[in-house]
Design a protein around this ligand. Sequence first.
Ligand code: ADP
Ligand code: MG
Length: 232
Amino acid sequence: MIRLEQINRSFEVGDETVHALRDVTLDLATGDYISIMGPSGSGKSTLLNILGLLDQPDSGHYFLDETDTTTLNETDQAVARRDHIGFVFQSFHLIPRLNAAQNVELPLILAGIEPGERAERVAKALELMGLSDRAKHRPDQLSGGQRQRVAIARATIMQPALLLADEPTGNLDKHSGDEVIQTLEALNQQGITLVVVTHDPEIGSRASRTIRMVDGAIVGEIPRSSPGGTTP
Ligand code: ADP
Ligand code: MG
């Protein structure tokens, strides 16, 4: 489904060049559940941003369903992003003055879907997240875990094949974090390809593959035969 080939990305900071990604090559199959771990500054978010078409590599290729996305113009990249990819951030990125339902509805409005269908799909998505009774609440009227589940509903409302989550539990207590991870895993079990960046080894070890990054490079991978964190 996805192939990253020899991806490099660097940033100029003052008169210094920071190599955020060095020759990163990675294959993801449909339905995979991957965690990315590594120290702060090791390039995890940069990698996720490139997978999410939120950032461009300086060199290398990113194939998404056979299409080399590095050859697409900005408009076609935006379309690919809208049609294939959902993104969840540590700090939720909800729009403060919109309520939960309106936040979830946004991608449907941008995609030109008519109001009747929008309302139906939003209601279904909120129900799936256990948030039907929170539809009219603004983000500041929701708990952290509820905010993240609104963000997940928004990220998946266009039914993307790929869901990317950058430290999705980083701002949550353990209980809400576990709920959010279980929500993401339920989506994966329904077929979505899931990539989770995390600092938390307990969360990281639930994935079926864990990729370890150091200093912009993938330095190892831990495959697991039985995903789901069923350590005795
Ligand atoms: P991680 O998510 O693993 O903490 P990042 O991918 O955010 O790491 O960052 C990798 C490296 O690239 C860091 O040294 C960081 O400071 C640098 N970096 C990331 N984004 C930018 C940017 N927009 N401008 C300058 N440097 C950046
Ligand atoms: Mg990061």
